[in-house]
Unconditional design. Structure first.
Length: 112
């Protein structure tokens, strides 16, 4: 079973460039990526793309996911995607936890 990948372009030259590069990636045994993903530079752009994709399928982020994505955009949004590796995410998680973030012990509607 083979997978197919397609894109739509306004200009024929852009389509040819994409087709040539995609063919090269396949020849090298790589998985081709969509051009809109390849154009992303920052983590903020990736989060925005994720939100757009969710909205496109009628599943816009609800309150807690929207808050988490907003927090990630504020703290990591300016990071270059290439610089955002496993170690950077672990460091961010540890810093965030050191500031008191973490799972809540209180249940919703529970009296304090």
């Amino acid at each position: 079973m083979s997978k197919s990948i397609s894109e739509t372009f306004l200009r024929r030259d852009d389509a040819r460039r994409w087709a040539t590069e995609t063919g090269r990636q396949v020849d090298r045994g790589e998985t081709p990526i969509k051009s809109r993903i390849a154009r992303l530079k920052t983590f903020r752009e990736l989060i925005d793309l994720h939100i757009d994709d969710m909205c496109d399928v009628g599943k816009s982020p609800r309150r807690s996911k929207a808050a988490a994505l907003d927090m990630l955009q504020r703290h990591l949004g300016k990071c270059n995607i290439a610089a955002l590796d496993r170690e950077r995410l672990i460091r961010f998680g540890r810093e965030w936890a050191a500031q008191g973030a973490g799972p809540t012990r209180r249940r919703p509607f529970e009296s304090t």
